[in-house]
Design a protein around this ligand. Structure first.
Ligand code: ATP
Ligand code: MG
Length: 503
């Protein structure tokens, strides 16, 4: 039976102070369906890349398995689907039937094969790449966040597909999805990496239990640090006094004389030595407690800079239809969004939601029919997919968006952002970390109305729960698109508006 044996694996990127992996050992069986979970930036993608042998590391990774990584890099999106899929799978023309077989299980029809890859919707692209990946029965699959570009229906199809497969690691932050497909969980935390025999729920129960005991542990550590610090300063003071007294005695009351230790009485020297070693021990105990404290992942409540709008009617759409390149995209929609309501648009990926939001925000040329009236005095905070291409420093980003830097950094800390990542160029951050940068901006800027386009994409589950709690507490006015079913069900105040393709 094939296994992956990891022994004392240590790794950090150049210039990083702390290791992402520090002497970590694990054994993975080739038959496992392993879910890899952990907060953004903890090293999930890095771990998959280490298995692929992409970076040099310390320790050992031994395996007789071959690995495939999703999403496979695509060099030319204008090529036909069949050529792209042959490229990424290494199959030739006589073996295309293998791809078709897998595509069929994912509900993709053969006619897609002759279309340029770029014309597939993001969800179709995901499914096609997964189909190509699973044509190879001999490899162990490393699947990094397949759900990001899938709508609710697409997630269900892929979940059922993966359920029928074995031998893979899948990274996903969608709890509903991952619970259906895995039988083991590997959780990557700041303090430790843990393996669980079970699904997401198994991990969640353990996480909640540990979180509670960590909270207690944290309070305990903080008291201990305080107590030890008081002891340390007492010892310091006492040692200083004793030394002073002794030297005064030795020099007939003159205190400003350089002390020769050999001159001190034997007993006094012993006491001094003991107090110094007590001080050293106390100080190292403080350091140790502080480092334990750093390992505890804080999950703190978030805040939102929401100002209730003065007007009751925020957005009114009447038989509203939008267009792209003179093509009408949607069947007419009508609604009246009032203060404190949270309305969710439900629609497939690749539908043209961005066009729709831009039209709502006032781009008249995108409106094909009907009307939208939107109060211009309402201050909107708009969260888009811009984060995927972020670059530059956090300072520059905050300045550009007129958000105070310390406020923004504080929010990022609450979102589980490592302090060390503050200085990295935004383009080097993990996808989830990038998402958090733009989310923090939206949480910090003053607003009466939030338009959030797939806010949860790439975000870890802990952050998802933080946001859900925040919304349920503050109850802001919102228009939202997201494919996380649990989240949407929890926060919407109205039945979803279903976006339908115009026929
Ligand atoms: N090429 C790189 N150079 C320097 N630092 C990097 C590089 N790639 C990632 N990092 C950093 O290493 C850490 C781990 O990144 P990684 O992408 O593995 O996280 P992740 O767990 O996959 O996060 P996410 O859930 O957001 O995808 C992050 O702090 C990230 O900023
Ligand atoms: Mg990642």
């Amino acid at each position: 039976m094939g296994t992956i044996q990891i022994k004392n694996l240590s790794f950090r990127y150049d210039g990083m102070v702390n290791h992402i992996f520090d002497q970590f050992s694990l054994s993975i069986d080739e038959s496992w369906k392993l879910g890899l979970i952990g907060r953004n930036g903890r090293g999930k993608t890095t771990f998959l890349n280490l298995l692929l042998g992409k970076y040099p590391y310390h320790g050992e990774i031994q395996s007789n398995l071959r690995f495939n990584y999703f999403p496979q890099p695509i060099t030319d999106f204008t090529k036909n689907v069949v050529d792209v899929l042959m490229d990424v799978s290494g199959l030739n023309e006589s073996e295309v039937w293998k791809i078709q077989l897998e595509m069929d299980q994912l509900g993709l029809t053969d006619d897609l094969l002759s279309r340029p890859f770029s014309t597939l919707s993001p969800g179709e692209q995901t499914k096609a790449l997964l189909a190509a990946m699973f044509t190879d029965k001999e490899t162990f699959q490393l699947i990094d966040e397949p759900t990001n570009h899938l709508d609710i229906a697409g997630r269900q199809v892929v979940a059922s597909y993966l359920k029928s497969k074995r031998g893979f690691i899948v990274v996903s932050h969608d709890r509903y999805f991952i619970d259906q497909v895995i039988d083991h969980v590997l959780s990557i935390d700041r303090a430790k990496i843990q393996l669980f025999d079970g699904n997401y729920d198994t991990w969640q129960r353990e996480f909640d239990r540990e979180n509670l005991s960590e909270k207690n542990e944290k309070a305990h550590l903080q008291t201990e640090i305080k107590r030890l610090s008081a002891t340390a300063s007492q010892v310091k003071q006492w040692a200083g006094n004793a030394e002073n007294k002794k030297s005064k005695k030795a020099y007939g009351g003159q205190s400003n004389v350089n002390l020769d230790k050999g001159f001190l009485g034997h007993k006094a020297a012993k006491v001094m030595k003991r107090s110094k070693s007590t001080l050293k021990r106390t100080e190292s105990a403080i350091d140790e407690k502080k480092s334990l404290l750093r390992n505890i992942d804080d999950v703190v409540p978030l805040t939102l800079n929401y100002k209730q709008p003065h007007q009751d009617h925020i957005l009114l759409l009447n038989d509203f239809q939008v267009q792209r390149n003179h093509n009408i995209l949607n069947e007419p929609i009508t609604f009246d969004l009032t203060k404190d309501q949270r309305l969710v648009f439900e629609g497939p990926n690749g539908f043209g939601k961005t066009t729709m939001i831009k039209a709502i925000l006032g781009e008249k040329r995108l409106i094909a029919r009907g009307s939208s009236s939107f109060s211009k005095t309402v201050k909107v905070s708009y969260l888009t997919q811009e984060f995927e291409t972020l670059s530059g420093s956090i300072e520059a980003y905050a300045k550009h968006h007129d958000v105070e830097l310390p406020v923004s950094l504080n929010m990022l800390k609450k979102l589980g952002f490592e302090r060390s990542a503050f200085t990295e160029d935004l383009s080097e951050l993990s996808m989830g970390q990038k998402r958090k940068v733009s989310l923090a901006r939206s949480l910090c800027e003053p607003a009466n109305f939030y338009i959030w386009d797939e806010p949860l994409n790439y975000l870890d589950v802990i952050t998802r729960r933080q946001i859900q709690k925040l919304i349920l507490k503050v109850k802001p006015t919102m228009l939202l698109i997201d494919h996380d079913r649990d989240f949407v069900d929890a926060i919407a105040t109205e039945p979803p508006i279903e976006l339908k393709k115009y026929r």
